[in-house]
Design a protein around this ligand. Structure first.
Ligand code: FE2
Length: 169
């Protein structure tokens, strides 16, 4: 079996029964969401380090907790791509080229970070939810389940972060 070329990364042969053409599409989908997810994770670290204001300690700790949860989604998405014969595209430069999230603003005060991170979580939640449908169309129920799990977690973190400003809106 020869590796099928897909863009600049090869698709490796595998005994997994999903057809190669389908695997290539799922790997591309996984890599697109991987870029978003790594971007999201580093935005939480950025906020964890730089947040200032009266809610410092609560936000500092919450942002690191979300970072840790998102790191698990990153690993799960990347490893699914590799299981399907793909190459996980997860370096900082690869992510910077392909993330669909907005650039993180120069936020200082807690509320600014909460707003920026709520936007990032909502954007990622939307793309992860769309990935459920895309994986469903490709008949890959395992990837459907993966993105369902990621969406469930992302919705929870959006609640945790957004709740800080919901009463004021
Ligand atoms: Fe830290």
């Amino acid at each position: 079996m020869k590796a099928v070329k897909k863009m600049d990364a090869p698709l490796f042969p595998t005994r997994n029964d999903i057809p190669a053409a389908t695997r290539a599409k799922i790997v591309a989908l996984l890599n697109a969401r991987l870029a978003d997810c790594i971007d999201l994770q580093t935005q939480f670290k950025q906020a964890h380090w730089n947040v200032k204001g009266p809610n410092f300690i609560a936000l500092h700790e919450l942002f690191d907790k979300v970072n840790e949860a998102v790191e698990e989604y990153v690993d799960t998405i990347a490893e699914r791509a590799v299981q399907l014969g793909g190459v996980a595209m997860g370096t900082a430069r690869m992510v910077a080229r392909s993330s669909s999230l907005a650039e993180y603003p120069h936020a200082v005060e807690g509320r600014e970070h909460v707003e920026a991170l709520s936007n990032a979580l909502a954007a990622f939640g939307k793309s992860a939810r769309a990935a459920i449908d895309q994986a469903e169309k490709l008949n890959d129920t395992v990837t459907v389940d993966l993105f369902t799990e990621v969406s469930r977690g992302t919705d929870q973190w959006l609640w945790f972060v957004e709740a800080h400003v919901q009463a004021e809106e």
